[in-house]
Design a protein around this ligand. Structure first.
Ligand SMILES: Cc1ncc(COP(=O)(O)O)c(C=O)c1O
Length: 376
């Protein structure tokens, strides 16, 4: 076959790739995105190596291959080990976003009941409620009510809550008190603590923040809760059918599963969830220390008791100053600090894969910026 000419003009993809990482600040370049977490350099290297295997890379690995089966089995084993998942729980792997479970949980878990209890604590729990209302009656508790009151409304199948409200910077440090089985959206704080599994019926999370890259969501569910789903549930989204078919009812997100395996191996090597938890506590303390050192300049969003360790959120005194802070941070190489588009403000995401250097650079920048009163 004739050799192809390789001197093609750079396309849009190359142009965008070059722009993603520019500018670089004095301390380097660090991303604090809430939507997707960073991976440590050694994880990126492992993923890149797997992409570079000539003619049969991870990008084209069939899910029917023994190699893919080994990847999936490894992710299952490491999740069980790191999170101490009991044997009576199944782990399901799905190629959909975490938001799909706002509907899939009621479709799969109501088991003929007509009501679910939901805790409303911010942006993501609100979205879960809106979706659940399409399938059942929803009783709603506030976050403050949920940790003290222990209701179990008649006929309710479970209590849904969002363990870390990524957009609002609010995190539960106590579980909702209800005796109902808890269903938790742990999309932004899975693998930052070990759940008290006795209280949980189901935990779900998108993988893109603490566990790799987008394209994979994980459901950890008590097996006895898996019954026939609502009859209109797509079969490939029926938890019981997925459990029976080892999560392979359609092509699974092979690349995202591999990224998850690399991240889990890295976390295990770093000392597991206990060490992630301790590291996160130190990082959150460093960020809140700067916020509290400059009261009035940085304005935290939630009360101390509800502060998120994963996604601290704060405002500056007005929207213009908030925008200037975000722009100045980016010029210093500190990217993606803008709050959720529906919520605004500043949001710092401290996901597991972030480096200590990133936190140090941000804390130093925030302190310096406040001391200068936000002036260039
Ligand atoms: C707590 C929480 N739940 C759900 C989602 C939605 O995840 P996805 O985009 O994978 O649907 C997010 C995304 O930021 C989130 O933070």
């Amino acid at each position: 076959m004739a050799a192809r000419c390789s001197a093609r003009p750079p396309g849009l993809a190359m142009h965008v790739a070059a722009r993603i990482g520019s500018p670089v600040g004095p301390a380097g370049r660090f991303g604090f995105s809430a939507s997707a977490g960073p991976q440590p350099a050694e994880v990126v290297e492992r993923i890149t190596d797997a992409c570079r295997v000539p003619h049969r890379s991870i990008l084209a690995l069939p899910f029917t291959s023994p190699e893919y089966r080994a990847i999936q089995a490894g992710v299952d084993r490491l999740l069980r080990q790191l999170l101490a998942v009991p044997d009576d729980f199944d782990i399901l792997f799905m190629g959909c976003g975490a938001s799909a479970h706002f509907a899939l949980v009621p479709l799969n878990l109501l088991g003929g009941r007509e009501r679910a209890l939901h805790v409303l604590s911010g942006h993501w729990s609100r979205r879960a409620i809106v979706e659940a209302r399409r399938y059942c009656n929803v009783s709603v508790l506030s976050a403050a009510e949920a940790i003290v009151a222990a209701p179990a409304p008649d006929g309710a199948a479970y209590c849904h809550y969002t363990s870390n409200e990524t957009a609002d910077g609010l995190q539960f440090h106590r579980l909702p008190a209800t005796p109902l089985p808890l269903v938790a959206d742990m999309t932004s704080d899975l693998l930052t603590a070990t759940p008290d599994w006795k209280r949980f019926g189901l935990v779900y999370a998108g993988a893109q923040k603490t566990l790799g890259v987008a394209g994979l969501s994980i459901v950890i569910v008590r097996r006895d809760l898996l019954g026939p789903p609502h009859p209109l549930t797509p079969r490939v989204m029926a938890y019981a059918a997925l459990s029976a078919a080892a999560s392979r009812l359609c092509t699974p997100p092979v690349f995202a599963m591999f990224a998850a395996l690399c991240m889990l191996e890295w976390m295990a090597g770093e000392g597991g969830v206990g060490s992630m938890q301790a590291r996160l506590a130190r990082r959150a303390a460093a960020v809140y220390a700067v916020i509290d050192r400059h009261p009035g300049f940085y304005r935290p969003r939630v009360d101390v008791a509800w502060r998120s360790r994963v996604t601290p959120c704060f405002d500056l005194p007005d929207a213009a100053r908030t925008a200037r802070f975000i722009a100045a941070a980016q010029a210093a190489g500190l990217y993606d600090l803008a709050g959720h588009p529906d919520v605004g403000g500043v949001r710092v995401s401290l996901y597991n894969g972030l480096s200590d250097d990133a936190v140090d650079a941000l804390a130093a920048f925030m302190h310096d910026y406040a001391q200068r009163g936000g002036l260039a």
